[in-house]
Design a protein around this ligand. Structure first.
Ligand code: IVH
Length: 674
């Protein structure tokens, strides 16, 4: 591989990890691996600075705001932190601060040390001492407005006392306690991988009523913008926050120099397991705020703070086998089967091996003793094999070049790290994975059609294509008679399927399993094209490179040429068009942006006119759209509801003339479940 290919490959991995972490709340790789990828990329860029412009994923901090929430831009960007893993890293950090500030080599630095909470960062704005807005980090510049959701947290002060400035933005972390996480996972059909994902998934709910049912907590720890200075140092600022009734982490301490930092690090590491919330390290922040201001930022992180991470938990065990799994897009991924071993309190029997190159690079062979690590709740991974403990000469592992399921060739495209099965629709593995995806949470979300049932019906030839799912009602009796089923569970399953016979366009697009079209891109496409008919027509036209439709597709912000190609490739396959024809005949695809299908506003056309008291026009519009409505400017026969506020003019008159349903603001709120 050339250095350029190597860089592109690393950037692709970073981008995928960014999307998985920030957009899907589902980490793909461990923090340590993520950091190592970033370091490799930085090393390559140091040698080839001319490639910097192409390294967008490195600059990206979070992910673009999810469709559905109003956007909230940050007056001061919400950035990330650099990491330290060992004392030497911390010493380097101190040395660079001294150099920057022109301090003597031995100068002792004062830090506030705070546990690094594993949740999601939040910005809280107060104006005239009233809480007015909460925003997530998003991409660092623009986040999502989650004000309503944040109001469901008991910990959040709604008003500030008189000593607070006119305007202040307070930053902190929203998290879920381990106890609340376990209780939620016991009750909920939806199982979150860890408290961080549960917190993110719960806060970023379009329906704040769902957020209200989840217990979320808050720690405040940083200052954003403010209309006047509030403290001279960070420690005083934390105390001020406490006096304003913000929850501030009780383990935070004022410390001096590296030795105290190292002993604080060890102390917190010992307490970690006993805490009721997940932490993944300690953040050290220069105490003096005027120094913080002078130090400022470098790239995506401040020079005045560092996150010293805890080491990942490790163990050694025997690699029993390397299994090759075939995914929905045909990707062959290797998975290690291990002699069961306890890693930091969790029994591990499988670990990821990433890809063919990783296995070769680490020279991992079946039968080896291997060292694995588990960081947070990411899938455990193999770090290395202990080659010196190899009993006899074990054969080098050779990655299959044929699909282990259907036997088709599985070549590697140039520049790709993955082999893909070319079997397409003759490959049972791909077919069944696509069906599993089709029924899954972000897609059709059919209760009772989890992985196990889908495999069962597939093997029984009851479901071989997506449309077959909607023909299962003709086989209710046959299902009831199957082992493990019964009349009641069969009836429930059919009811769950029928409940999804109408679906929002965004979910529908996502469900198709087009390569690189995840939930976020599904929403972008749905939002852009509006209706299914429009989308399908435009995509068929977009197959022609250089056509207006193709240019339009590629110019949608967030889509770009690579994704455009994946989408048009999908439409170039006759069997995919056949699948769409079949689905059209059994489904109603609603022009929404991924909202719940059973909302009373879904599919309705609404006009707002006049002023409203409790909602701004953009917010009212966003709420209605989030519930599947289409908001238009002018009143016509096609309008379903006209929401009339104060001083409404001609639109209200016209609505009355046409005999349309007129709603007051309060009636609209009720209908929208606000
Ligand atoms: S200070 C300029 N303090 O860690 C950065 N961050 O990796 C200001 N975090 O986005 C952040 N606990 O979500 C700070 N005590 C703490 C923290 C903390 C957790 C998170 C935060 C930030 C991320 C950076």
């Amino acid at each position: 591989m050339t250095s350029r290919q190597e860089l592109d490959d690393i950037l692709r991995q970073i981008e995928a990890a960014n999307i998985a972490y920030h957009q899907h709340d589902a980490p793909l790789i461990s923090d340590a691996d993520y950091d190592s990828l970033r370091r490799q990329a930085e090393d390559l860029l140091a040698a080839h600075p001319q490639w910097r412009a192409d390294a967008a994923p490195l600059a990206q901090i979070g992910a673009t705001a999810a469709a559905g929430f109003a956007q909230a831009s940050h007056r001061i960007p919400m950035l990330s932190l650099d990491n330290a893993f060992e004392p030497a890293d911390f010493d380097d950090f101190c040395a660079s601060i001294r150099r920057f500030l022109g301090l003597a080599d031995q100068a002792i630095l004062s830090f506030v040390a705070e546990p690094k909470i594993d949740g999601l960062s939040i910005s809280l704005t107060y104006e005239n001492r009233q809480f007015i807005r909460a925003a997530t980090r998003g991409d660092g510049m623009v986040g999502e407005d989650v004000t309503r959701n944040m109001l469901t947290l008991a910990d959040l002060p709604r008003v500030l006392p008189d000593d607070a400035p006119e305007m202040i933005e307070i930053r902190g972390e929203v998290y879920m306690t381990k106890a609340d996480f376990l209780a939620l996972n016991d009750n909920a059909a939806r199982v979150f991988a860890n408290p961080r994902n549960a917190a993110a998934g719960s806060l970023r709910q379009l329906d704040a009523n769902i957020t209200a049912k989840r217990k979320l907590s808050l720690f405040a720890y940083a200052l954003g913008d403010s209309s006047r200075p509030v403290a001279a140092n960070h420690w005083d600022y934390l105390n001020l926050l406490k006096s304003w009734k913000f929850p501030v982490n009780p383990l935070s301490r004022l410390i001096e120099g590296s030795d105290q930092a190292a002993s604080f690090q060890a102390d917190i590491a010992l307490r970690r397991a006993g805490l009721d919330y997940d932490i993944d390290g300690v953040v050290y922040k220069i105490n003096d705020l005027s120094w913080q201001a002078r130090l400022g930022f470098k790239g995506r992180s401040p020079r005045w703070a560092i996150a010293w991470k805890f080491p990942a938990e490790r163990a050694v065990t025997r690699l029993l086998d390397i299994e090759i799994q075939v995914g929905r897009t045909g990707a062959l991924t290797p998975r290690a089967r291990l002699a069961p071993v306890n890693v930091g309190g969790v029994l591990v029997q499988h670990a990821t091996l990433h890809n063919e190159d990783e296995i070769a690079r680490k020279d991992i062979r079946i039968g080896d003793m291997v060292e694995l690590q588990r960081a947070g709740d990411v899938i455990p991974q193999i770090i290395r094999s202990l080659a010196d403990q190899r009993a006899a000469e074990l054969p080098v592992f050779s990655f299959p070049d044929h699909c282990p399921v259907c036997g088709s060739q599985a070549p590697r495209d140039p520049g790709e790290v993955v082999r893909r099965c070319t079997g397409g629709l003759i490959c049972d593995a791909q077919l069944v994975e696509r069906l599993i995806h089709f029924c899954s949470r972000g897609a059709f979300d059919i209760e009772g059609m989890g992985e196990k049932s889908v495999r069962e019906f597939y093997d029984a030839h009851l479901v071989r294509s997506p449309a077959d799912i909607f023909r299962l009602r003709d086989h209710e009796e046959a299902i009831a008679g199957r082992e493990g089923w019964g009349a009641l569970s069969a009836r429930k399953l059919i009811a769950a399927i029928e409940a999804r016979r109408s679906i929002g366009l965004a979910r529908f697009i996502f469900a198709l399993g087009i390569r690189r079209v995840g939930e976020a891109n599904g929403k972008l496409l749905a939002r852009h094209y509006g209706s299914y008919a429009q989308w399908r027509m435009s995509m068929q036209q977009a197959r022609e490179i250089g056509s207006d439709a193709r240019l339009e597709l590629g110019s949608i912000s967030g889509i770009g040429p690579a994704i455009a190609e994946d989408v048009t490739n999908f439409f170039a396959e006759p069997h995919n068009l056949h699948t769409l024809d079949e689905l059209e005949s059994v489904l109603t695809i609603e022009p929404d942006s991924g909202a719940r299908v059973n909302s009373p506003l879904s599919g309705k056309t609404i006009v707002f006119t006049g002023g409203m008291e409790t909602l701004s026009r953009p917010e009212a519009k966003a709420r209605a759209e989030a519930l599947g409505a289409k908001v238009t400017e002018s009143v016509s026969k096609k309008t379903d509801y006209v929401v009339v506020g104060s001083d409404a003019g001609s639109k209200a008159v016209k609505a009355a003339e046409l005999g349309l349903t007129i709603l007051s603001e309060a009636e609209f709120r009720t209908l929208a479940g606000l």
